[in-house]
Design a protein around this ligand. Structure first.
Ligand code: ZN
Length: 457
């Protein structure tokens, strides 16, 4: 909504909305609005009691991630010259240790004890060329961005014991031995597909330019030489956070697959990858399904992957509905519900998020009265169920398909909900506050998981 930013002066926004032209325009639009009391009660009656048991079913470890970015000009005198700085932070919480961190009188986490836990570490960062920056002398910002992405994804982000190269993660997620790109990102030549066999860098047969396996993500397509590149940086931040989820899952899966049934991964945001790299979402869906199929063969519970959304249209809707809902209620958000009450779409897609989402949204009001919007991975290898489209949209909202994951996700939220912040849970808040507490760099999380006794299975 670009207009929202153009309301600089005090009262400007209100004047703008009161403008008769705008009012006429809005009368022709449908959009999220506050439900009437009658509607609110009707909507609330479609929620069900959230599953729970005593004692709660908790994982042994929670790995929470949060990403942040800055794409500010490099100096006040050069406002058109921009560098993108991305940071993905992970925090590992051992459920047993967490119990010791809680102040039993007020359910607050003792920040000093948390800081003691992992004092020595730092998050994973990426520094990317933005507007008017030519990396390594490459002729345009876009192609320098491609090079920088490859350089930084192919370096080891873990350590000697637990290396983590995101290029390897990407190849594993793509899932074929020969990833291909249909056209050269440099000259556009598309007579022959560009294939990556052993090497992650190949030369275009037409122009001779280097093409990188990381070009598969198409992140560079949003980069311009002189324009604002902040939306491309947001896409990259989103893609990297989900790639790193894939990296952790793959690393633990290769060493001790059974250990994954004791871990909950919690991401800040929906289980979705947007924009140019969206096809990554299908790969993550397939990977998670593969892991959970293997865990079922081992007679173990599925791995928990939870997306927690603090903002957005669905959360706004949930907050409008909150006063009509009793505590401890849950609803799976089917497409019809979303299209009718959240997005106001008259001509919706056959399946919401078909290109971007790999997880299903739920609304949950806890027994303590806080509203959460969480997501669980679709329990399918892909979206082709019964021909896909509408058939998939119906199948993905059959709550029985999620088995015990709904209850376990609710239990994790109940266990970690905070008095301090609404709609946040402790591990995510910890990942968020990376400035004040130290965090574990990516690869070390794996080491800690392995050293934490997960190798015992
Ligand atoms: Zn070329």
């Amino acid at each position: 909504m670009p207009y929202a930013r153009e309301t600089a002066g005090k009262g400007g926004h209100a004047d703008f909305v009161r403008n008769p032209d705008v009012q006429t325009f809005l009368s022709n639009c449908s959009y999220l609005r506050e439900p009437s009391d009658e509607e609110g009660r009707a909507l609330a009656s479609r929620f069900q009691p959230a599953p729970r048991s005593t004692p709660p079913r908790l994982p042994r470890f929670v790995v929470a991630s949060d990403a942040s970015k800055s794409d500010t000009p490099i100096s006040d005198k050069l406002p058109s010259t921009q560098v993108g700085f991305l940071k993905v932070s992970h925090v590992l919480v051992n459920i047993d240790t967490y119990a010791d961190l809680l102040d039993p009188s007020n359910h607050f986490v003792d920040p000093f004890k948390v800081a003691d836990m992992h004092r020595s570490a730092s998050p994973i960062t990426f520094t990317m060329p933005g507007s008017n920056i030519r990396y390594k002398g490459i002729f345009s910002v876009k192609h320098g961005f491609r090079r920088a992405l490859f350089d930084q994804m192919s370096t080891n982000r873990g350590d000697a014991q637990a290396p983590m190269h995101l290029t390897k993660t990407l190849r594993a997620l793509i899932g074929t031995t020969t990833p291909t790109i249909s056209a050269c990102p440099s000259c556009g030549h598309d007579d022959a597909r560009i294939e990556f066999n052993a090497s992650d860098v190949v030369q275009c047969a037409n122009c001779g330019a280097e093409v990188f396996v990381t070009d598969w993500l198409r992140l560079h397509e949003g980069i311009s030489d002189y324009g604002d590149n902040s939306s491309a940086m947001t896409r990259m931040m989103n893609a990297v956070e989900h790639l790193m989820l894939g990296a952790y899952i793959l690393q633990v899966f290769d060493v001790h697959p059974g250990a994954l049934s004791d871990i909950a991964f919690v991401l800040d945001g929906p289980l979705a990858v947007f924009g140019e790299p969206a096809k990554l979402s299908l790969r993550l869906q397939a990977l998670i399904h593969k892991v959970n199929t293997r865990l079922a063969e081992l007679g173990l519970s599925p791995m928990l992957v939870i997306g927690l959304q603090k903002t957005g249209g669905l959360m706004n809707h949930a907050l409008l509905l909150e006063r009509f809902l009793g505590d401890g209620m849950l609803r799976i958000v089917d497409d019809d519900y979303r299209n009718t009450y959240v997005t106001g779409s008259d001509n919706p897609a056959a399946n919401f998020g078909n290109e971007t989402y790999y997880g299903q949204d739920f609304l949950f009001k806890t027994e303590r009265g806080r509203m959460f919007n969480f997501a669980l991975p679709y329990p399918f290898a892909d979206k082709s169920h019964n021909g896909g489209g509408r058939a998939f949209a119906l199948a993905k909202t059959e709550i029985e398909r999620y088995g015990d994951q709904v209850q376990r996700a609710c239990d994790v939220i109940r266990h970690f909900e905070m008095d301090l912040y609404d709609n946040a849970i402790v591990p995510v808040a910890l990942a968020h506050r990376h400035a004040s507490i130290s965090l574990v760099p990516g690869g070390q999380v794996l080491n800690l998981l392995v050293r934490g006794g997960l190798g015992k299975r």
